[in-house]
Design a protein around this ligand. Structure first.
Ligand code: DI6
Ligand code: FE
Length: 396
């Protein structure tokens, strides 16, 4: 029997809010069968009165590093007590400490440590999460991270999209030998992970402190040979032409982009890549250069918004806070921010079956204690979620 949701405000996110004020939805077999004005509803089924609440597609966090071992809170405190980056590193801090803790963690540990973070995301209406590897930095641990990511999907009944991020940082044992690291660990890990069906996309970190465009291109060439789509951490701290490189490989997205120039925006527009905006890292790093939002608008590059949840530059699980920050720091509108956490986030993951409310799409929805979608970006540190509906089923 179909499920009918009625007495609701629908933000269908078909190219903007596309609000239906007195709306209804028909769901069957986990998919949306019909959505429209309640006055035009003809189907019968199990009816749920939503009391005039707002319904949106379930949110999609399209850029996270939510699987990792350990924590970095004490390093945060050390820094604020005046410790330098070097002192923190010598005390075993920084990304190296996350790599060590991740290598020491079993697959069960990684799942157990990630689940509370994932649960905080879900409590804000998220139904699909992208999860990257990139804290193993050796073949075995990269594979273990991706297996843990896959298990999170079944543990919570959500959709997880994995990105292989072997080219995230050069591990200590390869210091000064990034090319050897790529040849001996990254490419073999990518092949093995793809073989095991653990990879939905291939990512990299193109930056002075990480990998050069030439090195990233070696990884992208392998992705292409394996038939996998690519995305890239690009232009976060400087402009190395990473987004343009990603665009040449038809990237799903380029992410961060604070230092992107007009030519890079043009390359992304031509390739149809999504610009993933990550205000949590901008905030934590006390960055002052904002991504070129106005250029993205002019070139019609779709913008997504995500948490970047990671223990270093974005210890954050709140996608609605990321939306708020995107508005306040970058002057994105609440409508753009919500498109960024739904329709454009789906596109950044290559998903065509979600991110909007329309017939045929997956019935992943969020019901909010709100009358207008601007409320989702407006509040700071509070979520108006009423309930999630995943695959047509209400959360218990
Ligand atoms: N960009 C970042 O800001 C993080 N990774 C990346 O590619 C930093 C990751 C960390 O410090 O653990
Ligand atoms: Fe990231």
């Amino acid at each position: 029997m179909p499920t009918i949701l009625h007495n609701a405000v629908l933000a269908t996110m078909r190219g903007g809010y596309s609000l239906i004020d007195r709306g209804a939805l028909v769901i069957e077999g986990g998919r949306i069968l019909w959505a429209g004005p309640e006055a035009e509803l003809s189907a019968t089924g199990e009816r749920h009165d939503l009391g005039g609440r707002l319904v949106t597609p379930a949110l999609i966090d399209c850029h996270t590093h939510v699987v990792f071992g350990g924590e970095r809170a004490r390093e945060f405190e050390m820094r604020l007590n005046g410790a330098s980056y070097e002192e923190v590193a010598r005390a075993g801090g920084g990304i190296v400490s996350t790599v060590a803790a991740t290598r020491a963690a079993s697959e069960d540990d990684l799942v157990a440590q990630a689940l509370p973070r994932v649960d905080r995301m879900l409590a804000e209406g998220v139904g699909t999460v992208e999860i990257k590897s990139g804290y193993g930095l050796d073949v075995e641990t990269e594979l273990r991270m991706l297996r843990a990511a896959r298990r999170i999907a079944s543990a919570r009944g959500i959709t997880v999209r994995t990105s292989f991020l072997g080219a995230h940082a050069v591990p200590p044992e390869y210091k000064g030998r990034a090319d050897d690291y790529i040849a001996e660990q990254v490419l073999p890990a990518l092949r093995a992970a793809a073989d095991e069906g653990l990879v939905d996309a291939v990512d990299g970190f193109c930056e002075g402190i990480a990998f050069s465009p030439t090195q990233i291109e070696r990884v992208f060439a392998e992705a292409k040979a394996l038939g996998l789509p690519v995305k890239l951490h690009a232009e976060q701290l400087s402009n190395l032409g990473g987004a343009a490189l990603a665009a040449r490989y038809g990237a799903l997205s380029a992410d961060h982009l604070e230092y992107l120039d007009e030519a890079g925006v043009g390359a992304m527009a031509k390739a149809g890549s999504v610009a993933v905006i990550l205000p949590g890292a901008f905030y934590t790093l006390r960055e002052t250069q904002a991504p070129p939002i106005e250029l993205f608008r002019k070139a019609r590059v779709p913008m997504a918004v995500a948490t970047d949840c990671n223990p270093g530059s974005a210890p954050m699980t709140s996608l609605t806070l990321a939306m708020n920050m995107a508005c306040t720091f970058f002057r994105m509108t609440p409508e753009e921010a919500l498109m960024g956490a739904t329709a454009h986030a789906a596109r950044a993951l290559g998903l065509t079956d979600r991110g909007a409310i329309a017939p045929g799409l997956v019935a992943d929805l969020a019901v909010w204690e709100a009358a207008h979608p601007a409320e989702l970006s407006y509040r700071i540190g509070a979520t108006p979620l009423h309930t999630r509906i995943i695959g047509g089923r209400f959360d218990a």
